[in-house]
Design a protein around this ligand. Structure first.
Ligand SMILES: Nc1ncnc2c1ncn2[C@@H]1O[C@H](COP(=O)(O)OP(=O)(O)OP(=O)(O)O)[C@@H](O)[C@H]1O
Ligand SMILES: [Mg+2]
Length: 380
């Protein structure tokens, strides 16, 4: 019997605070925070920690997964999440104050003065019957004082504060000689491997896409993000966002659509003068031009195919060579490919060296290659 498909919603792509049902490939890190928190609950003390990683690696979703999924399953704690980004101290404290009152079901007295707000917050946070976990996301130079104050208060009242910050701010704020940041342990979040990122993208597609995307699409997006944007899941999700309107209107996603959805990470490559580049590397090298031509022809003909495998490419080049009565040794194709890969005109997929892709629209490369090849032929 077929299981009912879960309801798919674009919220999973467009809500920055969306928490997927499962957080993939963060078991070790989740165990760390969870274990620390458990110990602090069992032995009755407050504990603070910092979660950090490169921007876009999944810090927000990590802290929110812990706060909204793991904590409620195991502990009777109050939970408060505040995103401090672009907020001044007054805004942050007043949000903390609002949320702790809501959590504890207490009426709030309207106040606009920072000291008054902090007093109210402190009073209510101290008087709870349960422990509280605060998450302050996006700590930076402008709001580190708030984090520090909340973290110190946490110690007094046996609560816990998790500060979330990107690697840059982490270095800036914690490595100074006189660090004021108060924390007991830290959870560094590493970037994902190619196959881990693939799993994450695949899961997001399954959670959100009305019509499934093909394996090729998910791989191509992942390959591009791994190669050009440090494996950031955020970039992959951005690409999915851009593809979502197309997919939900029932259109097939082709390689052009994926290239355009990842344009901002690969744009530097589009400034390449391909004619110039290809001319330089293929100086009198007929074979390299043929290889490029054959590959691009294939990708232009089959728009939903994002890769070509080496075997197919070899066969295509063989056919082309016969047509043009060009003689070559089989090794020549591989030699040409090596040059093209070395020059970043062709790329090998991270999944398999056998799969090759291009970054520029194949039409552009094709035009450059065929133009140069004809010129070479004329000169002979
Ligand atoms: N392990 C994971 N499993 C599922 N989804 C993930 C995972 N890691 C990251 N994501 C998704 O990747 C996207 C980016 O994650 P998130 O917003 O948490 O990054 P961030 O590190 O907080 O970025 P920023 O620097 O913008 O604050 C989100 O859509 C998030 O849900
Ligand atoms: Mg974030």
């Amino acid at each position: 019997m077929r299981m009912v498909r879960p309801h798919r919603s674009p919220k999973g792509l467009f809500d920055p605070y969306y928490v997927p049902k499962r957080l993939l490939h963060r078991d070790r890190e989740l165990d760390t925070v969870n274990g620390m928190y458990r110990d602090s609950v069992e032995e009755d003390y407050g504990v603070n920690c910092l979660v950090h990683g490169i921007s876009g690696v999944g810090m927000t979703v990590f802290s929110r997964y812990f706060l909204t999924k793991l904590v409620p399953e195991q502990f009777k704690s109050h939970t408060v999440y505040v995103d401090a980004k672009h907020k001044d101290t007054l805004e942050i404290v007043s949000e903390l104050n609002d949320k702790i009152h809501r959590e504890t079901n207490r009426p709030i007295t309207v106040a606009f003065d920072l000291d008054v707000l902090w007093m109210q917050f402190k009073r209510t946070a101290s008087a709870t019957d349960r422990r509280t976990i605060f998450v302050i996301d996006n700590i930076d130079e402008t709001n580190e004082d708030v984090y520090t104050k909340v973290a110190r208060l946490s110690k007094e009242i046996k609560a816990s504060t998790i500060g979330v910050l990107n690697s840059h701010d982490y270095r800036l704020l914690t490595k100074l000689p006189a660090t004021h940041m108060s924390y007991d342990f830290e959870v560094p979040l590493d970037t994902y491997t190619q196959s881990q990122l693939y799993d994450i993208v695949r899961m997001r597609v399954e959670d959100t896409f009305p019509h499934q995307l093909t394996e090729e699409v998910v791989r191509y997006v992942t390959d591009l993000v791994v190669e050009f944007d440090a494996s950031k899941p955020k970039t992959s999700v951005e690409a999915l966002k851009a593809l979502w309107p197309l997919a939900s209107s029932g259109q097939e996603i082709d390689s052009d659509a994926i290239r355009s959805a990842t344009m901002n990470i690969t744009s530097f490559a589009h400034d390449n003068d391909y004619i110039d580049l290809i001319e330089t590397i293929s100086m009198n090298d007929y074979m390299t031009l043929l290889v490029l031509e054959a590959m691009c022809e294939h990708l232009m003909r089959y728009k939903t195919e994002t890769y070509i495998d080496r075997q197919t490419l070899n066969e295509l080049v063989e056919v082309k060579s016969e047509e043009l009565s060009v003689r070559y040794a089989p090794d020549d194709i591989e030699k040409s490919l090596q040059t093209l890969i070395f020059q970043s005109i062709i790329f090998e997929s991270g999944y398999s060296r056998n799969l090759l892709y291009v970054l520029a629209p194949p039409e552009i490369i094709y035009d450059a290659a065929i133009g140069l090849r004809r010129e070479l032929a004329r000169r002979k």
